[in-house]
Design a protein around this ligand. Structure first.
Ligand code: ZN
Ligand code: ZN
Length: 446
């Protein structure tokens, strides 16, 4: 009887047979790299068209859920897919099976349309380990250049406020990108608050036949938004306060509205902004609660003690049990306690009636029509707004036929010629001098 272990070749193995096996591995690898390029194209398109935006927080989260990638690998696929959208040479090399996904992944961390050709040459010449080292060296040079650029930009920050001849105040400035983003976000929020309010006011009054004639221009709206920002900042004090208090939102809700969105009553933020009944239900789901009793004339006659809708002890157990957002494919490690049956509807604050959801998914179940209930076996069941189930783990797609044959046939049809030498680097065994390589290749290295 002949006993063969796969990792100890014996003299009985003809060398030619092993060569053939090696070639087969190399050729199939080239096919898989080429197929990966196609897969990345599909992911890029799916992301651009928002195909994942069905309750998932990102394309990567969807990918992890749907095809079972670990979250890090899923994020990398999406990142590389995006990068290849602007790097045609690297994309083509992967599609032809000439560069492995591992090399492309490393190269796309630093490649730009300007440096792509040089980095492609690095990818062709070296092994994946060489490429990884070159990329690390490249990043060091990039980071130094970036730090210089950041320091230069920071030094040029300025805000000039002066009065024009007619008394108007003129503002001109340069802000660091992240500060600018903050300002733009705040302006957008203020503009929305102002103009949603205004629309509500207009519709409440006699409807004007030409509202559009009175609608302020974007520049005018921005000016109004800035005024609101200044007012708000002074009103609530510049001191941001304790971090916990910083983002506190106070909602006043009439009890009937909390139980039934169609009931008469109001739900308003502290500043009088109206919020939808669904939003106030979400905010109330896991919150501090103070019950006030009003006299018929509106005067407060009784104020109860502040309580948490979910007491700290139950919350701790809930976190321990759920460990993160329970929405399929999410798992974010922090969240809010959601009452499956809202406490305003008489739902008890017990573990079986609670589920941990992140902010994004708490909104999904309260305001976007996603449904969650607990089945008799204790498992949570999520449904899309149209009622279709959203399983925790989707069933894998069945592969019909021999996947290798399918790949080969597809690549043959595309006229792609792949063989055992396609992915082999040009490296002949010489020592890699990373410093020298970066000096020669990187446009910013001297
Ligand atoms: Zn909730
Ligand atoms: Zn979530």
């Amino acid at each position: 009887m002949e006993i063969r272990t796969p990792d100890i070749p014996t003299a009985l193995e003809p060398a030619a047979e092993l060569d053939q096996l090696g070639d087969e591995i190399a050729e199939l690898s080239a096919h898989i790299e080429a197929a990966t390029a196609h897969l990345l194209d599909l992911i890029r398109e799916f992301d651009a068209r928002g195909g994942w935006n069905t309750g998932f927080r990102s394309c990567a989260a969807w990918l992890a859920w749907r095809v079972g990638l670990d979250p890090g690998a899923a994020r990398e696929r999406v990142r590389v897919a995006h990068a290849l959208g602007t790097l045609p040479l690297l994309a083509r090399a992967l599609a032809r099976g000439e560069l492995s996904y591992a090399k492309v992944r490393a190269l796309t961390r630093v490649a730009t349309p300007e440096t792509e050709a040089r980095l492609l040459a690095v990818g062709r010449a070296g092994t994946a380990a060489h490429v990884e080292r070159i990329v690390r060296g490249w990043r060091r040079v990039d980071r130094k250049a970036e730090a210089r650029e950041t320091a230069r930009r920071h030094a040029s920050r300025a805000l000039h406020v002066y009065q024009d001849e007619d008394g108007m105040v003129v503002i001109r400035g340069r802000l660091a990108p992240e500060v600018g983003a903050l300002l733009v976000q705040a302006l957008t929020a203020a503009r929305e608050a102002l103009y949603q309010q205004r629309r509500a006011d207009v519709s409440a009054e006699t409807p004007s036949p030409d509202v559009s004639a009175k609608t302020p221009t974007m520049a005018e709206q921005q000016a109004d938004a800035l005024a609101l920002l200044a007012e708000t900042a002074l009103h609530s004090g510049i001191d941001p306060g304790a971090p916990g208090e910083r983002y506190q939102v106070v909602v006043h809700v009439d009890a009937p509205v909390l139980a039934d969105p169609d009931a008469p009553g109001q739900s308003v933020l502290e500043d009088g902004t109206h919020v939808s009944a669904e939003t106030s239900q979400r905010l109330a789901c896991d919150a501090s609660r103070v019950v006030m009793r009003h006299a018929p004339d509106g005067q407060v006659v009784e104020v109860g003690a502040r309580t948490r809708t979910i007491p700290p002890a139950i919350r701790r157990v809930l976190h321990h049990r759920d460990r993160g957002c329970r929405f399929p494919g999410c798992g974010l490690p922090f969240g809010q306690g959601h009452h499956i049956r809202h406490w305003a509807h008489g739902g008890p604050t017990t573990l079986s009636n609670l589920a941990l959801l992140c902010r994004r998914h708490h909104r999904a179940v309260h305001e976007e029509g996603y449904q969650v209930d607990r089945q008799s076996d204790g498992e949570l069941r999520f449904r899309r707004p149209d009622g279709r189930p959203l399983p925790e783990v989707p069933p894998p797609r069945e592969v019909r036929g021999d996947p290798v044959k399918i790949l080969r046939a597809q690549h043959d049809a595309e006229g792609l010629v792949l063989n055992a030498r396609t992915t082999t680097p040009g490296w002949l065994g010489e020592r890699l001098n990373v410093g020298w390589a970066i000096d020669v290749l990187h446009p910013l290295a001297r």
